[in-house]
Design a protein around this ligand. Structure first.
Ligand SMILES: Nc1ncnc2c1ncn2[C@@H]1O[C@H](COP(=O)(O)OP(=O)(O)OP(=O)(O)O)[C@@H](O)[C@H]1O
Ligand SMILES: O=C([O-])CC(=O)C(=O)O
Ligand SMILES: [Ca+2]
Ligand SMILES: [Mn+2]
Length: 669
């Protein structure tokens, strides 16, 4: 408790003679003594105080957040939370809406809900419950208990909740909230399930290569019930009501119900934050996530193969998370939903970063995880529209999210100053290691995981473009981190090549970090995000082709991976060089360069890029062992060809010619 035992509770204050030490002069303040003359130097010039007790003093410390609509009479709502004796109409509506979200399938309404923190001393009154005559079998103890709802808490409040109640939560030296995501430190794509009903059976991509592993409606309801019961069993749940998509015409209202302050702060940062007015009029969400990730799924449930399950039900507009606390599941689950809903509106959803030059030229950065979307779209000379998820509509681009999720492994202030500076109060820092005393983060430490992450609101990047929308893209940059070291650092693509590489979705990360050289492992992930797409890849590819053609956008392939040899003998292309290459794309200077065509992949590579040594532009020149280069190149070409086989029978768009051209745009050998 605050208070140091010396509270001045009235006008009198004196040291008793017994307590006074001999060496100290006796100090007496007499009741009713005249105030000292202004000429006398003294500290305590404070006017009379407004409190008589410590509790009164503390009650003065917090003032109620300004309500944005008039309060109704205290008697109407009858709910007393921590923040005062009356509850605004909007809060009452919110509680009813959350109660409906948490209603289980056997109970008509959710548990009794209370606003605020259960640890608060404030007295709580019962939520008026519409009397329902339920069959006796439906009455259970869980229906009789209260669940406190912590609705759209602020970052400061969430920090306090995390630090008080969630092990592994700490404030770092720069003010970020360090958290642990638990046993899972990355997504679990093999545990993702999508409900297959009549509609989705016809609409979605199923079967070989598809990320959509089916589950039936009944099993979804079993998992949903498990998650909802778990959440209702808690003393408190966090509820975030937020938006997705900065395009106001295609905005989605999302509700996230979770058990952890970490999850609530993560989504606060990653989704678009409503204004107080928008929150008051939020109404019913379009999509709801039940994050019960602390609790496992029941492995005896049909379709389950582990204790983790991430389930999407497009019909019910719900997602259930069991058995993983990795926060990225929520972000990417919603991205999947956008990949379903947006194409229905002829809007293309993209796993890409996006930024804009001062003159309004927009660039998209596609790439799989770790290829540089966040790093390269965060560019001090350009406006950041977003780092990971976008929509491309008839009118231009819009960010789906309200925040960024940057990889932090080996983060260095000099190389990535904007990301470094964004790691401050409000930022969630996942799974990093820090000094126990100074709380300085060691970004090179992989003790917990290599996938350390920072989630921060987009406005933490100084040159972010708010609202996060822009005109049609001029450049479409495909990023591949080629650990084989055979793709050129930069090549210009024609439309068919752009489609070929977009559908292939290649990258090659290094398998492990254990001692000894590890073979690079090629990954092909259609549309640079197969884990998130819902429809067949050719649907998205056709939309991209049509949009690029209509806007005259140029495609580029940038290797952000190895040069001069594969992983182990070559080295990763310096970020500084990649930035120079990207600068040359943005400025338009690369469009006018002289190009040469490479063997096998048929890529156009420039003779020169300002600020980049010319001998790395043609990969073979950078390799000491030319035979090894040829072998590796062929090996990669075969991997591309094998991967593309699944797409050879699919038509792309209405135009059969495009399909032919795309097939011909792959490696030739
Ligand atoms: N030449 C390079 N170009 C780009 N990134 C590089 C380069 N060299 C090293 N890196 C590092 O590679 C990582 C790229 O990760 P980044 O966060 O940008 O990935 P991402 O594409 O946004 O992935 P995700 O979708 O998982 O968020 C960063 O840690 C960056 O510092
Ligand atoms: O989703 C995540 O956890 C991180 C990410 O952006 C990706 O993997 O593409
Ligand atoms: Ca990223
Ligand atoms: Mn991503």
């Amino acid at each position: 408790m605050a208070g140091n035992g010396n509270e001045n509770t009235g006008g009198d204050f004196s040291f008793s003679a017994a307590a006074a030490r001999d060496a100290l002069p006796r100090i007496t303040t007499e009741k009713g003594a005249k105030s000292p003359s202004p000429s006398v130097c003294q500290d305590d010039t404070a006017p009379p105080v407004n409190f008589q007790t410590i509790d009164e003093l503390h009650s003065l410390q917090k003032k109620r957040s300004a309500p944005t609509t008039p309060l109704r009479d205290g008697g109407v709502a009858g709910v007393t939370g921590t923040s005062g004796p009356t509850t605004p109409v909007s809060a009452e509506n919110m509680l009813q809406s959350v109660s409906a979200s948490l209603a289980s399938l056997t109970r008509e309404t959710g548990p009794k809900l209370i606003r605020g923190d259960p640890t608060s001393l404030a007295k709580v009154a019962h939520v008026p419950h519409t009397p329902t005559s339920l069959p006796a079998a439906d009455v259970s103890d869980s229906g009789l208990k209260f669940t406190h709802v912590l609705h759209n808490l602020s970052p400061a409040e969430l920090y306090e909740q995390a630090i008080k109640f969630e092990k592994g939560s700490f404030v770092t030296s720069t003010g970020a909230l360090a958290t642990l995501s638990g046993a899972k430190t990355g997504r679990s794509p093999k545990d993702k399930r999508v409900v297959k009903d009549e509609t989705t059976a016809a609409e979605l991509w199923w079967g070989k290569g598809s990320p959509n592993i089916e589950m039936d409606e009944q099993t979804f309801l079993v998992n949903r019930e498990r998650a909802v019961d778990y959440l209702n069993s808690l003393d408190k749940v966090f509820v975030n009501d937020q938006y997705l998509n900065w395009d106001p015409e295609n905005r989605l209202k999302v509700r996230i119900v979770s058990a952890r302050a970490y999850h609530s702060l993560f989504m606060h940062n990653m989704c678009i934050r409503p204004t107080p007015e928008e929150l008051e009029n939020f109404g019913t969400p379009d999509f709801t996530i039940y994050n019960a990730g602390k609790f496992p799924c029941n492995r005896f449930t049909h379709y389950m193969t582990s204790s983790t399950s991430v389930d999407i039900n497009l019909g019910r507009r719900e997602m259930v998370i069991l058995g993983t606390q990795y926060a990225g599941e929520m972000k990417k689950g919603l991205f999947g939903v956008m990949h379903y809903l947006m194409p229905k509106r002829k809007i293309l959803s993209l796993h890409s970063g996006c930024n804009m030059g001062k003159s309004g030229d927009v660039a998209l950065f596609f790439g799989l995880s770790g290829t540089g979307k966040t790093t390269l779209s965060t560019d001090h000379n350009r406006l950041l529209i977003g780092d990971d998820e976008h929509c491309w509509s008839e009118t231009g681009v819009s960010n789906i999210e309200g925040g960024c999720y940057a990889k932090c492994i080996d983060l260095a202030r000099e190389k990535e100053p904007d990301i470094w500076n964004a790691i401050k109060f409000g930022t969630v820092l996942e799974n990093v290691v820090f000094d126990e005393h100074t709380r300085e983060v060691d970004y090179s430490d992989k003790s917990v995981t290599e996938n350390t992450r920072a989630a921060y609101p987009i406005e933490y990047i100084p040159n972010s473009k708010i609202p996060c929308v822009g005109p049609h893209p001029k450049n479409v940059i495909l990023l591949a981190c080629d650990a084989f070291g055979v793709l050129p650092p930069i090549s210009k693509l024609n439309l068919a090549q752009t489609m070929y590489h977009f559908i292939s979705g290649y990258t090659a990360l290094v398998a492990g970090t254990e001692e000894g050289v590890k073979e690079p492992r090629a990954t092909f992930s259609a549309c640079f995000g197969a884990a998130f797409i819902m429809l067949h890849p050719t649907k998205y590819a056709a939309m991209l082709a049509e949009k690029m053609q209509a806007q005259g956008a140029t495609g580029w392939l940038v290797n952000t991976g190895w040069s001069g040899g594969s992983y182990g003998s070559g080295s990763r292309i310096k970020l500084g060089y990649t930035r120079k290459i990207i600068d040359a794309i943005h400025s338009g200077s690369l469009l006018n360069a002289t190009y040469r065509k490479t063997d096998i992949f048929g890529l156009e590579i420039p003779d020169e890029v300002e600020g980049v040594p010319s001998d790395i532009l043609e990969p073979i020149n950078a390799w000491a062992d030319k035979d090894a280069y040829q072998d590796t190149l062929l090996k990669l070409a075969r991997l591309f060809r094998n991967n593309f086989e699944t797409f050879t029978n699919h038509k792309i768009g209405d135009d059969g010619n495009l399909t032919e051209e795309i097939l011909a745009a792959g490696p030739n050998f």
